[in-house]
Design a protein around this ligand. Structure first.
Ligand code: UD1
Length: 342
């Protein structure tokens, strides 16, 4: 099995955790990242955990010439895990052209290079955002794709379609799209974790920053939803579980165990958790009371969604191992360790 793998966005949150799991499985990892939303010091964190520094090049994937030059200088790479993308929902509404340009041109450049340099295997970072508010829960992969509520979400939908059409047009290429639910937490070593730049948009970093005294209080976006406690429900999974799923998906392609040249898997726990339950979990594992206040609903929020992960469980033999409390504890440990060492 060829073990040279390119990880785009490998210094980002999910990317860095995946690099660790790949190295633990003996892969030789090359990272491309433009560092637009990540820090070069993440490489030290990865090296601290695995004892092996991944190869790194600061390249903007939208620069086709540089991407081509990378593959010319690094022969033997046979697979790519593609994380690099902009991901802030609110910003994408304000700057749609930036989002479409960055997220789609980078994917097109990679696919062009996959053909030109005979790189057959791709794992793509997609999102449960493609389901919108599903009619049936838990949501399976064959649920209808809904009109995207944000340009960011649309780049994931269009990205999946571009990959599907490209795979159909070229027998040598194969891909897996992984639709993540809500990744949270950090590596148990606290060497790497989520590093939001500016004010976090996502729930868990906002919780940990509030508890650390960086934010005044968490705003709970709505308690009048049609859910048992009135707050929104999501499927939160530990980022290490998610990272391991990428290794499993990649090996499936490399060992030719895939059924069809383009496969799609949900990655979640299968369990829905409300915002209030997430807060309770945080308070339980940290021993701290969280300051929060219920405010209006956030525009564009989905009321409730959680995964049916049966396909990934049965086909990939992957399932989540960490609990919500484990994930919250690791997020809190990471926040404390990051603040201490800053
Ligand atoms: C969001 C994106 C989703 C993207 C994902 C990436 C939206 C509508 N969706 O998902 O497309 O793939 O991030 O990580 O933005 N909450 C609060 N207070 C906060 C922050 C969040 O109450 O300060 C609530 C939200 O209303 C939601 C839950 O916490 O119910 C999770 O929010 P978040 O972490 O932003 O994730 P999603 O909205 O699920």
């Amino acid at each position: 099995m060829n073990k040279k793998v390119l990880v785009t966005g490998g210094t980002g949150y999910i990317g860095s955790h995946t690099v660790v799991e790949l190295q633990n499985e003996g892969f030789e990892v090359y990272i491309i990242d433009n560092l637009s939303n990540s820090d070069i010091n993440v490489l030290d964190g990865i090296t601290g955990i695995t004892g092996k520094r991944p190869a790194f090049e600061k390249i903007d994937l939208c620069d086709h010439e540089k991407v081509k030059a990378f593959f010319s200088h690094n022969p033997g790479i046979e697979s790519i895990i593609h994380f690099a993308a902009y991901k802030a929902v609110g910003e994408s509404v304000e700057k749609p052209v930036l989002y479409y340009h960055n997220n789609l041109v980078s994917l097109l450049n990679l696919l062009t290079c996959m053909k030109d340099f005979n790189i057959p295997s791709l794992v793509f970072s997609s999102s449960c955002t493609v389901y919108g508010q599903p009619d049936e829960l838990p949501v399976s992969e064959d649920a209808p794709i809904q009109e995207a509520v944000s340009p960011y979400g649309n780049t994931k939908q269009i990205g999946e379609e571009i990959i599907r059409d490209t795979i159909h047009s070229c027998e040598q290429l194969k891909a897996v799209s992984l639709r993540y639910f809500n990744p949270i937490g950090a590596h148990p070593s606290s060497y790497i974790g989520e590093l939001p730049i500016g004010i976090p948009e996502n729930l868990v970093p906002y919780i940990t920053q509030t508890a650390a005294g960086i934010r005044d209080e968490l705003r709970v976006f709505g308690d009048d939803y049609d859910t048992p406690d009135g707050s929104c429900i999501r499927d939160y999974l530990h980022v290490v579980d998610l990272a391991q799923a990428h290794v499993v998906a990649l090996k499936r392609l490399l060992e030719k165990r895939n059924k069809g040249n383009y496969e799609i898997f949900n990655l979640g726990t299968g369990r829905g958790v409300s915002v209030f339950e997430a807060i309770e979990s945080f308070e339980r594992v940290s021993g701290k009371k969280l300051r929060y206040r219920v405010v209006d609903r956030r525009p564009g929020d989905i009321e409730k969604i959680w995964a049916n992960p049966a396909l990934a469980n049965n086909e990939m033999r992957w399932s989540t191992k960490y609990s919500l409390d484990d994930a919250m504890k690791s997020a809190w440990d990471w926040e404390l360790s990051y603040r201490k060492n800053k």
